[in-house]
Design a protein around this ligand. Structure first.
Ligand SMILES: N[C@@H](CCC(=O)N[C@@H](CS)C(=O)NCC(=O)O)C(=O)O
Length: 222
């Protein structure tokens, strides 16, 4: 298999790359790597020890990359169809902005403030701190959801009327949100709730949610 993704399937950043690969109809292998106990050789391909990392074995060495944004950018240039970035310069920059917004602010709130407490701590056999989760749900996420509600408005997708890296980046964070047993309150954020539902109904997201949900259920039940 020429394309290899290294990482754990519950990571929103690993999922981001896998959704991009699926949308482009590309075959790849997922090589499971936990960021908590990566093999020593992982450092050579991901110097920050983060997942995902990636390899294209069609290329001579060094043929690896790290960071979901870099990997998605590589995939877009090597496999341009279907386009996951708008061609218009301003719209492309807008899509990159939403990618950054999701990868930073939303990832921080959902990841550290919810997923770490409710799922990762289970794996580590530690007690979740529900106080941290409630602060996330009541204080940290609402302004982020307000912004996304306003930005999606009556549009189908965030940028330029096409499914793009903006939607992949935002959509993947909401899979982790769902893995924590949460849904967007449709009474307060109706457009965002409908948008997330639409994204997760795409076959690229659906296949991964179906793969991951039983894993999360068994981890939480253990
Ligand atoms: N900017 C990176 C973020 C990747 C990231 O933070 N991955 C997490 C797992 S979801 C990780 O590897 N954490 C381990 C660490 O930071 O040491 C990307 O887009 O790939």
């Amino acid at each position: 298999m020429a394309l290899i993704v290294y990482g754990a399937n519950l990571s929103p950043f690993v999922r981001k790359v896998r959704v991009a690969l699926a949308e482009k109809g590309l075959e790849y292998k997922l090589d499971q790597v936990s960021p908590f106990s990566p093999p020593p050789e992982f450092l050579a391909i991901s110097p920050l020890k983060r997942i995902p990392a990636f390899r294209d074995t069609d290329l001579p060495e060094p043929n690896s990359l790290a960071d979901s944004s870099i990997i998605c950018d590589y995939l877009e240039h090597k496999f341009p169809k279907p386009a996951l970035y708008p061609s218009d310069p301003y719209l492309r920059a807008r899509a990159l902005w939403f990618e950054e917004y999701a990868d930073s602010a939303v990832a921080q709130a959902v990841g550290a403030g919810l997923f770490f407490e409710r799922v990762v701590k289970k794996i580590m056999r530690r007690e979740p701190d529900e106080g941290v989760c409630q602060t996330t749900l009541k204080e940290k996420l609402p302004p982020l959801f307000d912004y996304l509600e306003k930005e999606i408005g009556d549009r189908e997708f965030l940028v330029g009327g096409q499914f793009s890296i903006a939607d992949i980046s935002v959509g993947t964070m909401f899979v982790n949100f769902a893995h924590c047993g949460e849904t967007v309150d449709a009474a307060r954020w109706p457009r965002l709730a409908a948008y997330v539902k639409r994204l997760h109904a795409r076959s690229s997201f659906r296949a991964l949610v179906d793969e991951e949900s039983p894993v999360v259920k068994s981890l939480i039940a253990a």
